[in-house]
Design a protein around this ligand. Sequence first.
Ligand SMILES: [Zn+2]
Length: 382
Amino acid sequence: MLTAETVDRIVRFDGRGLPVSSVYARVDADPGLREDLHARVTSMLDEVNPLAKNEAVQHEARLSIRADIDRIKESLAQERWKPGAIAIFACSGRDLYLEVPLPRGVRDEVAVDATPHVRPMLTVLDEYHRACVAVVDKASARLWEIYQDELREVGKVHDPALRKSNYSAGRVEERVRNKADELSKRHYRNVTQLLDRLFRAEDFDLLIIGGHEYEVPAFIEFLPKDMRSLVAGTFSIDPAEPVLAEVRANANAVLQSYERAEEHQFVTDILDTVATGGLAVAGLDRCLWAGSIAAVDTLLILDSAVVPGVVCDKSGWLARSGAACPLCGSPTRPTPDVIDELAQEVIAEGGSVKHITDDDRLAEPLAAASIRFPLPPEPVTA
Ligand SMILES: [Zn+2]
């Protein structure tokens, strides 16, 4: 599975003088499109091939690129990439070869550069939360990481507790109950400390808690304030024998509703800002203009929206139509999806893009954005 360490390794990778090959390819679910994938990846590698033969490129670098190409071709032939997209980072001369499966499609791209081309990967991964799932009862706790649907155990706590039989009737009852409370408090403190260590060491951004419905709130009370604010949700499960599939399904349900709520909030915030005349715009055309002049801070786009348009590769002008760019006069390049071009542009300019799965308020505008400065008037298109 893809871990924070892998991503970190790629982002920080330094070829120490050798170039890194980065390839992104969309992988369709339809097996009938295998040949298409083969053709697209092969043609991207063909673009890189001249570098591997160019005498002007240092010998060691040429060998490394050559080996990268061979390795990627080998992997392509095995047809084992999962639907969504594949990102490949290779620097054979420095023993780097990593394939990162991405859960959704990205634009095909190839780059050979001093550093890995990580932006498209980071954008996709940004949509997924890395959460810690804690299943807790009065004496035990099991902790997992959940990321992109996969669970990985990250910790376990067992503390002494009084058994039910210790609750004898009569005058000692209260003393025994106090003792039991004290033990469970000590246990909760131990779990909290472990969580604290994990959150410092790992890259978690959310916490999900499972257990008996009657015990979970007491545990949450024990969490320090900053950690309590990371609780994305809770679920009910038998903490004595938590079944992994059940933990995963419950945690995913929590994450999904958290994600939906987060998306809903983004739309609310930006549309409210538009309504009050603040720094935000709604509607694809306004967003395209904002994107053309690097004014977009956060772009919200409706996941299902695909709109053809035009791009000026010289000045970055984006629009639904126009044969010539009104900013520089160059001929434009038609694109099947100008929203995708807009998203790439926003990321390239340091903004962020949020994919909104489903929100009626975006059905008509298709896109909305918070902007960095008020937009100048749009140029008149010919
Ligand atoms: Zn232009």
